[in-house]
Design a protein around this ligand. Structure first.
Ligand SMILES: [Zn+2]
Length: 351
């Protein structure tokens, strides 16, 4: 189906189809992560109001900030590319070649300096139409920018979240990232470090708790549902949707914080649990807690539930029938729910 309106779905389909080089590392083949990481980094820059107009400059503090964010996510999400020198300039230049399949329209544009040759006349030493180094990029380019329609869409928080999730979905498959375990470990260590910094009494400005981290939040969710094998830890429901125009399925299981982020500033994976929408709500509202020793479900007696159908084929499982059943647990022990957080949750809800 062709699409002419430049709306959220149009850009989501462009984002999940950005062309990525496939590189072979000894025994693995892996797609280059640079373009998705570049897009994620710009979204985080917008989220934190570090950039306010549709102009990604190639110099100045904005550029330094963007490069810093890019390098951070290259380390976490880069797979086989994580330890390579920051290749920030590559997607900055190369993204201009990604075009919508039906119209051939690009969504990322380079504005060249006045004295630069036309973009189609730029050649590298091998005679190819590309800018190969950061120095050359700085010499020829003034700034990069998105389509105005995309820039407008990115001002909306829900659209940003949606596009971040679309991009993040490209990293959490064994096909595109052979180093998912490493991504999980690096993210978890970073979260631990950040938690220590935020809760350190010397760090009184609490800058981390006030800043928004749209990419980090999405990373937390994707990591949690990955270690819980894409299912609710209570009922094992695995629900996916496949939006029109987007090639990949989106899993809609939630990653719940056991001790809320607003209280704990803790994004470590042991403070998370994968739950379907119903059981997420029930957990957050204290309908059940989890035993901190054997991980069995303890259903509260402070709510009532009623099944309003006698249709046996519906197989409705009331919350109370999960009492004393064990939740589904991640294989790695260090990612299992933190007992201290489970106790905190039960105490808060008097379970
Ligand atoms: Zn469930």
């Amino acid at each position: 189906m062709s699409k002419s309106t430049k709306d959220l779905e149009y850009y989501a389909s462009l984002f999940c189809q950005v062309k990525r080089g496939k590189i072979t590392f000894s025994k693995y083949k892996e797609y280059s992560p640079y373009k998705p990481i570049f897009l994620l980094s710009i979204i985080e820059l917008i989220e934190n109001k570090q950039i306010s107009e549709n102009k990604i400059n190639i110099s100045g503090s904005e550029y330094v900030d963007l490069k810093q964010i890019f390098t951070k996510y290259q380390r976490i999400l880069g797979g086989q590319f994580k330890d390579k020198k920051s290749a920030f300039h590559q997607p900055f230049e190369n993204l201009k070649n990604d075009k919508y399949k039906d119209t051939g329209e690009q969504f990322w544009h380079l504005e060249l300096k006045q004295e630069s040759p036309k973009i189609e006349d730029i050649k590298d030493a091998e005679g190819r139409n590309r800018i190969k180094t950061e120095a050359k990029l700085k010499q020829l380019v003034e700034y990069g920018r998105f389509d105005d329609e995309l820039w407008e869409i990115l001002q909306d928080i829900q659209s940003r979240n949606y596009l971040v999730n679309v991009l993040m979905d490209t990293f959490f498959s064994d096909e595109t990232n052979t180093q998912i375990d490493d991504t999980l470990n690096t993210f978890d260590l970073d979260a631990e470090k950040q938690n220590q910094e935020v809760t350190d009494p010397k760090n009184s400005d609490k800058k981390y708790s006030q800043r928004k981290y749209v990419v980090r939040d999405s990373l937390f969710r994707h990591s949690i549902i990955h270690i819980y094998e894409y299912q609710c830890a209570v009922c094992r429901l695995n629900l996916n949707i496949k939006p029109i125009d987007i090639g990949t399925c989106i899993n809609i299981v939630d990653a719940a914080h056991i001790k809320p982020l607003s209280v704990s500033y803790n994004n470590q994976l042991s403070n998370g649990i994968s739950l379907c929408k119903n059981h997420h709500w029930a957990f957050d509202n204290g309908c059940f807690g989890i035993d901190d020793k054997n991980y069995s479900i303890i259903v509260s007696n402070k709510f009532s539930e009623e099944c309003l159908t006698t249709l046996e084929s519906l197989k409705i499982i009331p919350m109370k029938s999960y009492h004393e059943q064990k939740i589904f647990l991640p294989i790695k022990e260090k990612f299992r729910p933190n007992p201290e957080a489970l106790i905190w949750h039960r105490k808060k809800h008097r379970i």
